[in-house]
Write a protein that binds this ligand. Structure first.
Ligand SMILES: Nc1ncnc2c1ncn2[C@@H]1O[C@H](COP(=O)(O)OP(=O)(O)OP(=O)(O)O)[C@@H](O)[C@H]1O
Ligand SMILES: [Mg+2]
Ligand SMILES: [Zn+2]
Length: 678
């Protein structure tokens, strides 16, 4: 620093700045709100004195001190009484001109003031930190005060009493020490800032002062202005390491809006979006733009479209109903489930791809983590980090037992509650879920029900709006088409058919559409209501326990709303309702429509078997037992014809059920072609 630079006292300059009407007012009102800090917009300081602002960024330790002192001096003028009471004013700088990228932080930024945006993944509880410690001399009882800095408690060098001057022992006196609230956070790069295919980086952040602790919870998106500090970790008995670890010492913290940014960079883009929405084939266009390299699966891509756009959340005075949808893909290995999920995570505003095991210690929901020093902190899992976005959970059947418990709440209430290790918190998880799982037996067994096919409890299954089964069954015609499709991709290195809507535009389209909150038209309402009541009454007549529950009705509404959103419509039409019913039927069919009676039986998801199938199995078993009484063991062929002629159960179906009964171990095959009840 050269001499000329020092001609103007920086503190004087800051004082001039605080004499601006706006800050005088702010400062004079501090007593009313009981605040001990004032917020300064960096841009204003920059406009006032560019050099001063720049030097504040370069040498924050020195210049923040000047700023604080100046603000305090001004407080002395405005309100001397309050100034005496609080002893110090902290200046908090917000909105630097540019933000620093978390992953680019390095030695260049050490000691500088920077602004960083990120998502809070971990937070300790608020803890008191000693600012001035009082020590009592054990010899004479005199109190010696020591101002504290650094991470360890420092004892006095010697007793303050001139006649004692002993170098200890001392006793820490808590009541006479002063404390300040502190908290540690861990900040992670936001999913939207992440370069494709990179793992997110994290940064530790220290907060000191009751005005900035406890503002942000795990899952919150924040903007932090702070000093970049570096500390050398020490190894006991060896010394300090030469490589330092960076952290941020917070000057100001702002919690950012939760909605993913809708950055429509140009009016042309909006033009394009509105143009697209007018297209009567917009739904088809969007479906064929979803993962164009994946062959087939039209209905699944349609479901993904609904999931991307989502329904409308309703906040009533007493309850809230989620608008976000959940969909599950159960499928044989190699059926492109992971590919679909990864595609969605890329395309969705705030999309996140994770495996059921989770990529962090917090897994899918949240966890209380014991840090190295022994302190506890709360870490957000995937569903919390994807708040207001879409979480794509691959291999969901392999999730951790803790998540299995917590995910119920996350999927329906959209919160994650934690009460462990002294930490009690409820975090938001307003997340749409697209999950994939493999069948429990390796391959999907069509005779078995969804519940039997997947190792997930029915209570979780029933929280999915849509469930689809992806089966890998050889089929000459389909195989030929798909082979051609896949080979074409490999030849060209591009999808055989180009997506009508590119992924960049698609993401913007989704963000744009999400601002629309369509309401059900009278026609749509009637259509959905009729369908639901028809399903309900059908099951009533049959005495079947539950055919379809209120959950499915809510799902139908969500799907219909999402479909209206796709076309940027403010009203849900009868056509939207119809489409919702069609895809819901398809999903119900895949998981267990009762084909023989053509009645839905949601019971299958709950108990694992459709009612008519249970009835028929019962018949097969009783006929088998009747026949056993005569012949001991029963010839399979005889059983088939008996059931066919007397009970009108087709041979093919009996075969299937026998197969299942054999696997279940209800019956067994003592000899090839013969059966017996166990
Ligand atoms: N319908 C399809 N169209 C194009 N490619 C496909 C299709 N089905 C499978 N593939 C290809 O097969 C490969 C395997 O897909 P993927 O890894 O997504 O399977 P998966 O369903 O996740 O399997 P697993 O259950 O074993 O995890 C991918 O390279 C994918 O592109
Ligand atoms: Mg996979
Ligand atoms: Zn002493």
């Amino acid at each position: 620093m050269t001499r000329e630079m020092e001609t103007v006292d920086p503190q004087e300059r800051f004082l001039e700045f605080f004499k601006k009407e706006k800050y005088r007012q702010k400062i004079s009102q501090m007593a009313i709100t009981g605040k001990e800090s004032i917020t300064v917009d960096f841009e204003e300081l920059f406009a006032f004195d560019q050099r001063l602002a720049e030097r504040l960024l370069e040498k924050p330790d020195e210049f923040m001190q000047h700023a604080d002192n100046a603000a305090y001096a001004q407080l002395g003028i405005e309100d001397s009484e309050y100034a005496e009471k609080i002893e110090k004013v902290t200046v908090r700088i917000v909105e630097l001109l540019g933000k620093e990228q978390l992953r680019k932080l390095g030695s260049k930024q050490m000691g500088k003031l920077v602004m960083i945006e990120g998502i809070v993944v971990r937070a300790t509880p608020v803890r008191p930190m000693v600012m001035q410690a009082s020590f009592k001399c054990k010899r004479c009882g005199t109190i010696t005060r020591v101002d504290q800095a650094g991470s360890f408690l420092r004892a006095p060098f010697e007793c303050n009493d001139p006649s004692c001057r002993q170098k200890g022992p001392f006793e820490f006196v808590q009541e006479e020490s002063t404390f300040i609230d502190s908290q540690d956070l861990r900040l992670q790069e936001r999913p939207e800032d992440l370069p494709p295919g990179q793992l997110p980086r994290t940064l530790n952040v220290k907060l000191v002062g009751s005005e900035i602790v406890d503002l942000a919870r795990p899952g919150d998106h924040v903007s932090i202005v702070g000093m970049v500090r570096a500390v050398a970790p020490s190894r006991p008995g060896i010394g300090k390491l030469r490589t330092f670890i960076l952290h941020l010492e917070t000057n100001s913290l702002e919690v950012l809006g939760k909605e993913p940014e809708t950055t429509l960079s140009s009016p042309e883009e909006e033009e394009k979006i509105l143009e697209l929405a007018k297209d009567p084939w917009v739904h088809r266009k969007i479906i064929s733009s979803i993962a164009p390299s994946i062959y087939g699966y039209e209905h699944i891509k349609e479901a993904i479209m609904y999931l991307l756009f989502g329904g409308v959340s309703k906040s009533l005075p007493d309850i809230t109903i989620r608008g976000e949808m959940n969909a599950l893909l159960i499928g044989d290995p190699g059926t492109a489930k992971s590919q679909l999920l990864q595609y969605v995570a890329r395309i969705a505003p705030r999309g996140l791809y994770t495996s059921g095991r989770g990529t962090t210690a917090a897994g899918l929901t949240a966890a209380v983590i014991r840090e190295k020093g022994g302190s506890m902190s709360l870490e957000a899992g995937a569903l919390v980090l994807a708040d207001k976005g879409i979480a794509c959970i691959d291999e969901m059947d392999k999730m951790r037992p803790e998540d299995r418990v917590a995910i119920h709440e996350a999927m329906e209430q959209h919160t994650v509650s934690v009460a462990k290790g002294g930490i009690v918190a409820t975090l938001n998880a307003r997340t749409a879920i697209l999950a994939a799982a493999n069948p429990a037996l390796g391959r999907y067994e069509p005779h078995r029900t969804v519940a039997e096919n997947i190792s997930l409890p029915v209570t979780i299954l029933s929280r999915f709006d849509l469930i689809f089964v992806l089966r890998d069954v050889p089929n000459k015609e389909a195989d030929e088409k798909m082979t051609e499709h896949i080979l074409e991709i490999h030849r060209k290195g591009a999808p055989p058919v180009e997506a009508p809507i590119g992924s960049e535009l698609m993401r913007k389209y989704v963000s744009y559409a999400k601002t629309i909150k369509p309401v059900l038209s009278h026609d749509a309402l009637k259509r959905l209501g009729d369908f639901y009541l028809a399903m309900r009454s059908a099951s009533e007549a049959e005495g079947s326990p539950v055919a379809i529950t209120a959950r499915q009705l809510e799902s139908l509404v969500r799907i219909a709303e999402a479909r209206a959103r796709v076309a940027l419509k403010k009203e849900v039409s009868a056509e939207d309702a119809e489409a919702a019913i069609t895809i819901m039927k398809r999903s119900l069919e895949e998981v267990g429509i009762d084909l023989s009676s053509y009645k839905m039986d949601i019971d299958i998801i709950m108990t694992g078997k459709p009612k008519s199938m249970r009835d028929r199995m019962q018949i097969i078993i009783s006929v088998l037992m009747e026949m056993e009484k005569v012949t001991g063991i029963v010839e399979k062929a005889a059983l088939l014809s008996e059931l066919d002629s007397k009970h009108k159960i087709p041979r093919s179906e009996t075969e299937r059920m026998i197969g299942q009964l054999l696997r279940e171990g209800t019956i067994y095959e003592p000899r090839e072609g013969y059966l017996k009840k166990t």
